[in-house]
Design a protein around this ligand. Sequence first.
Ligand SMILES: Cc1cc2nc3c(=O)[nH]c(=O)nc-3n(C[C@H](O)[C@H](O)[C@H](O)COP(=O)(O)O)c2cc1C
Length: 199
Amino acid sequence: MIVFENEEYLALERICKRRKSVRAFNEKEVYEDDLEKIINIANTSPFASGKKNWDLTIIKDKAKLSLISERIKSYLEEFTSLIKEDFRKDFINYSRNFTFFETAPAVIFLTYRTTSATSRSLDLNKAIDRDLLKVEEWERENSAKSISCVAMLILLAVESLGMGACYMTGGLLAESKFIDLITNKKERKIGAIIPIGYY
Ligand SMILES: Cc1cc2nc3c(=O)[nH]c(=O)nc-3n(C[C@H](O)[C@H](O)[C@H](O)COP(=O)(O)O)c2cc1C
């Protein structure tokens, strides 16, 4: 029988209440054994459809992180020019927070498979009600929801180790411009960018 100790709740409460998004880091290195501990916690995450369909890539290489950030910035420049003038300044301010991950000593990129088992098994000749076809959207959303669970556990694990992190999706506006630097596996999407470090 599991004995529930109040200390466990109190420790979790402390970690959750202390956690906040960290957007500026110091130079102190993030060690491999701490990254392993973070991955260990991430691996306890629940996921939809009973199949683990996510993975993570950790990048510490500064040159690679700046290249990713440069590609996002260059996309954002083009994107911003399409925004109506009245809203442009606000978007520029908002998007300033899309690329600071490049300053972190380690960055986790969470990826997930987009192959959809249930929608592929549909016999489209039989489907009459178009709502039945929304299964693809449901599967896509399930993947995104699963990634959120992983990301949250990573944030808490990072906090428990005395470091800081931020769950980021802003840069994913430009995902297609840099996914090749994260994974060469087919049918993948990036679900989150999580810079990690001491601050
Ligand atoms: C799905 C998601 C995406 C986010 N994307 C970004 C981002 O791109 N850049 C950023 O600076 N913060 C991002 N955040 C962090 C939120 O701004 C932050 O969690 C929120 O302001 C609450 O602050 P706190 O995390 O300090 O409690 C994101 C948070 C979530 C949940």
